[in-house]
Design a protein around this ligand. Sequence first.
Ligand code: ATP
Ligand code: TYD
Length: 243
Amino acid sequence: MTKKELLYEGKAKKLFSHKEKDKLIQYFKDDATAFNKKKHDVMENKGILNNLISEHIFTHLRNNGIENHFIKRINEREQLVRKLEIIPIEVIIRNIAAGTLSKRLGIEEGKELPGPLIEFTLKNDNLDDPIISEEHIRVFEWASVNEIKEIKNQSIKVNKALIGLFINVGIILVDFKIEFGRLITENGNKIILADEISPDSCRLWDKKSLKKLDKDRFRRNLGGLIDAYKEVATRLGIDIKNN
Ligand code: ATP
Ligand code: TYD
């Protein structure tokens, strides 16, 4: 049997090889980082909660016709995913102004946007993930024009599905970050949603109180991060006790 080999260690996850070469194991760590690692801490059980929440969200997306890399959860910290060639871009979708959008453009945090706003950043920690335009993506060939179109189409579908999922449990989806990869097939390449979707990569506000239920609790030193993630999981109907 082939040994499970550590292929990559990122800020929040590790990637291991799998005996089937077209698959990977995603391992969710407890590390919390912000501002490109300038702030770092370990939050006990965060990885377990993100694994469960991400499983729930990717399953919901699949059930709503949005194909993605998730195959199955293996245990409390690991999931089996399809191995992709990651496009080196983070796609940020915003429904309400917050975070760096508010800082960059002086737009009041909490202001509802007239429609979803898609932004792109380059996945490059040495450069602090700079914001880029579609033109940069095309000119530097990080993705083709067709791929960018497909990424935007899928991002809008993901946003619609997630707004619905969260509003049903009294949570406002303010913004989130997603990643895509290429699946190389005999009939050409396919763009597939990858990575994770969890309170680490979304801004989630309680509908009534506007309480932050996401990583801003860590970024802004508000405390109560694990309780907030548990609240999100419980509201989504995830059984966190028996998992
Ligand atoms: P960042 O997400 O900010 O680039 P990182 O690399 O530290 O930082 P982690 O979440 O710790 O992020 O690491 C997980 C890595 O796995 C990411 O680089 C992500 O692009 C990659 N990844 C996610 N899904 C897949 C997949 N299906 N195939 C190959 N790589 C993947
Ligand atoms: P943004 O306001 O641009 O940056 P920050 O998280 O530094 O305040 O983030 C928009 C959303 O995207 C937010 O929900 C967090 C998520 N995000 C990530 O998960 N990873 C990233 O590297 C970036 C830039 C954003």
